[in-house]
Ligand binder design. Structure first.
Ligand code: DPN
Ligand code: CA
Ligand code: ZN
Length: 309
């Protein structure tokens, strides 16, 4: 009885009397307050460092230190990768969760830099904070995945996908071949939000399996989605060019919400999904908490499924 209770605890399955065949962990519901706490820290960092977290500026370095220290304390193997862009040193943060099949790697990532005009809390504090909280949840639950899980926080995306491209170029073709999927999260808390999934057909190696999985994650929360063709506008493009299957979610940027979209998702039609896109007003006030919560839960859902948690 004691052994059975322990087993049920470990597997997270609570149905009494049923012995699970596999130790499958249900995808966690990430508390949005935990994600918002990371955003508050990014905002504090920007405010203390000239109002931004941009490549080559002290606010970027402070953001990197914040994310890295959280991951280190949680048991991740972290690594900072340096590169040079526009005469300044840039940094990627790579974090590996120990364990899983090293020949089957699943990656999730987003860019950590802001533009120099503002603090970049939606673009892309939102994706960065969501990825961080999902990573910390994996650690807290001591997930033992089948596949190997790796996260990336990219530098200098706003200068043209510089950090993610540098990372992909640093891999041998054999190493690239081990990465079975890359999921990108860039802008997830837009104030007039949409629930977009990257269209697999909009990428050289867009993954229909990842597209379906992300759609299923939203459907499980009764949120309708639309496919969007994000092309080369974020870091997934660096992975797609290297032949790695990619996907992602997005809550919208400068494009205006249509009447049909406002009908479906609420919010204001004829207004940009993010009116503060690349502006000084991209602060913690520029975040829709419901969007941040839903997109982050879908990040967790997709990753737990992809790694075989
Ligand atoms: N990465 C942002 C940018 O290029 O400014 C915003 C963005 C993300 C746009 C995802 C499209 C898709
Ligand atoms: Ca949640
Ligand atoms: Zn941007």
């Amino acid at each position: 009885m004691k052994l059975l209770a322990t087993m049920l605890l470990i597997t997270g399955i609570t149905v009494a009397g049923q012995t699970p065949a596999l130790a499958v962990k249900a995808a966690p519901d990430i508390p949005v307050a935990s994600v918002q706490a990371h955003l508050a820290e990014f905002q504090r960092i920007a405010t203390a460092n000239g109002g931004n977290r941009a490549h080559g500026r002290p606010g970027y370095q402070a953001s990197l230190n914040y994310v890295k220290s959280k991951l280190d304390a949680a048991g991740y193997q972290t690594r900072i990768q340096q590169f040079t862009s526009s005469g300044a040193t840039g940094y990627n943060l790579i974090a590996d969760w120990p364990g899983g099949d090293a020949n089957n790697v699943i990656m999730a990532g987003g860019h950590l830099d802001s533009v120099s005009r503002g603090p970049g809390i939606n673009d892309n504090g939102s994706g960065s904070a969501g990825l961080l909280e999902v990573a910390l949840t994996v650690a807290r639950q001591n997930v033992k995945p089948q596949k190997h899980l790796r996260f990336g926080w990219w530098g200098a995306e706003e200068l043209g996908l510089v950090g993610s491209t540098f990372y992909v170029n640093s891999l041998s073709s054999a190493q690239r071949g081990l990465i079975k999927g890359y999921v990108n999260f860039d802008m997830t808390g837009s104030p007039n939000p949409g629930y977009f999934v990257y269209s697999a057909s909009g990428q050289p190696t867009g993954s229909k399996a990842i597209e379906d999985l992300l759609e299923a994650g939203f459907a499980g929360k009764s949120v309708q989605t639309e496919l969007t063709s994000v092309g080369g506008r974020s870091d997934h493009a660096a992975f797609a060019r290297a032949g790695i299957p990619v996907g992602g979610t997005f809550s919208g940027a400068e494009v205006r919400k249509t009447a049909a979209q406002a009908q479906k998702w609420g919010g204001q039609s004829g207004v940009a999904f993010d009116r503060c896109y690349h502006q000084a007003c991209d602060t913690t006030s520029n975040i829709n908490a419901t969007s941040l919560d839903r997109h982050t839960d879908v990040i967790a859902y997709a990753l737990y499924s992809l790694i075989g948690a």
